[in-house]
Design a protein around this ligand. Structure first.
Ligand code: ATR
Length: 472
């Protein structure tokens, strides 16, 4: 039998869809899954009459592939990836390429890169975003690791990726764990944007009294604007129209208000804390999901602490427009925080990330695809060393123009007792970032007072300590 051009391990839905995508782009594929029933089901239901060969052991898979072998692992992140690598390692030959397309932690990817390099194998850690549909029709691909391996894979990856007007949504990002780091931050921004949209929904629904039909119209109208057009906005608008066939009521109203998380948002915040990069909007989003999990406790506390949301009574249409502008400002903060984290990580880990290219490959296929990524791409193209997205001319002008309404929306939501943690964090981020003098002089004084931690002065160089107790 002739040898296949591409191998894939792991036939969960993302793996199946990527195998079909690769085949659809004209490459022959060999697949393997630990549980053979899944392989058989895939072959009989979805891979019939396609250039896809089933294999039933790692050895059979490896032997079925042309050299250098190119094997994409789509297995559960964590121990499974190491288990599959150790099964394959003795079977592979120098120059063969392994790709981990799962949501692996970037430090694991960096470690695996080193380990495989010393075995003369090429390794790529690749973030894949776009969900099931993206995997099938064109995801955003975020590969990092061996640059040589990327060049070999490029003809395949550029074909299977989402296509936008300025190219396929894939590029070589950097060495080691660069690809999974970028995917992690992508997901962090996704957490931020999703939470901001959810808070806007809360204000519209509970504060302004909009029903699902009105919510659908509102989010559709926002999605039709240059500033807010995005995949998340589009699916949000659609959600409000979906009627639950069981209850014949809008499905969204029947869904339990507990948000799950698989960990990439938390990793983003932990990574940011490690590097000393503020990501308050993203962090507020992670905390909001965590608090949502206290459902039982919240139900009791709602009575004990008298939760009642007030209604906004003034000009509703004009407030909706203000909320739209505030959402734009807050979302730009979510992107700005993520981009800052990437810039810092690139320096520390020597990824040499091109942030303009990162924005470009997020323009199609992935969950945070949005029209504003055009401006983000331009901002970093014009100034690769841009200190912060908020300083790019377009964003600076737009945000300063909208600042009064951004502030008013947050003040109003607070007055209505509607919690808007991500909106509030975004404005605090902006206001803190643009303050010349912060109250941290007092923190330094307190630290020196109780712990002799010393402080610096604004009027002369040096490190000082005061015996504060001696003050009368
Ligand atoms: P799902 O998305 O269905 O929850 P998962 O449990 O996350 O799937 O696993 C995704 C893929 O990783 C599956 O193909 C799974 O193989 P099985 O179908 O045999 O469960 C694969 N996988 C998980 N752990 C594995 C391991 N230790 N070795 C090999 N493959 C593994």
């Amino acid at each position: 039998m002739s040898q296949q051009q591409f191998g894939l391990i792991g036939l969960a839905v993302m793996g199946e869809n990527l195998a079909l995508n690769v085949e659809h782009q004209g490459f022959s594929v060999a697949v393997y899954n630990r549980t053979t029933e899944k392989t058989d089901k895939f072959m009989s239901e979805r891979a019939k009459d396609k250039k896809i060969q089933a294999t039933y052991s790692p050895k059979e898979l490896v032997n079925s592939l042309e050299r250098p072998r190119k094997i994409l692992m789509m297995v559960r992140a964590g121990k499974a990836v190491d288990a599959v690598i150790s099964q394959l390692k003795p079977l592979l030959e120098p120059g063969d390429i392994l790709i981990d397309g799962g949501n692996s932690f970037y430090e694991d990817t960096a470690r695996r890169s080193q380990e495989l390099k010393s075995a003369n194998l090429e390794f790529i850690g690749m973030g894949v975003s776009g969900g099931e549909e993206g995997a099938l029709k064109g995801p955003s691909l975020m590969p990092g690791g061996s640059e040589f391996a990327y060049e070999t894979l490029e003809p395949i990856l550029t074909k299977i990726a989402a296509q936008v007007e300025d190219g396929p949504c894939v590029t070589y990002l950097g060495s080691g764990g660069a690809g999974h780091y970028v995917k992690m931050v992508h997901n962090g921004i996704e957490y931020g944007n999703m939470q901001l949209i959810a808070e806007a929904y809360d204000v519209l629904n509970h504060g302004l009294g909009l029903d699902n039909e009105q919510l659908h119209s509102c989010f559709s109208a926002w999605n039709a604007t240059e500033e807010l057009n995005s995949y998340l906005m589009e699916i949000t608008a659609n959600i409000f129209q979906y009627i639950d066939p069981e209850s014949n009521t809008p499905l969204v109203d029947n869904i339990l208000d507990v948000a799950e998380q698989k960990g990439t948002g938390r990793w983003t915040v932990m990574g940011a804390l490690e590097l000393g990069v503020p990501v308050p909007t993203i962090s507020a989003a992670v905390n909001a999901r965590t608090m949502s999990a206290f459902k039982k406790e919240r139900s009791i506390v709602a009575q004990a602490l008298c939760s009642t949301i007030k209604k906004y009574q003034v000009d509703i249409q004009s407030f909706i427009d203000k909320l739209r502008d505030a959402l734009y400002c807050a979302q730009i903060c979510s992107y700005a925080e993520g981009m800052e984290l990437l810039r810092a990580a690139s320096q520390v880990h020597d990824y040499k990330l091109n942030l303009s290219e990162v924005a470009r490959i997020w323009k199609g296929g992935c969950i945070i695809r949005a029209k504003c990524l055009d401006d983000i791409q331009d901002a970093f193209r014009q100034k690769p060393d841009l200190q912060n997205l908020l300083l790019a001319r377009n964003f600076k002008e737009a945000i300063l123009n909208k600042l009064p309404v951004w502030r008013e929306v947050i003040a109003t939501a607070v007055a209505l007792d509607i919690p808007i943690p991500a909106f509030s964090a975004s404005l605090a981020y902006f206001n803190t970032y643009r303050r010349d003098r912060l109250p941290q002089n007092l923190i330094q004084a307190q630290r020196d007072y109780f712990g002799s931690h010393t402080y610096e002065r604004i009027d002369k160089p040096g490190v000082f300590h005061t015996e504060w107790n001696l003050v009368e």
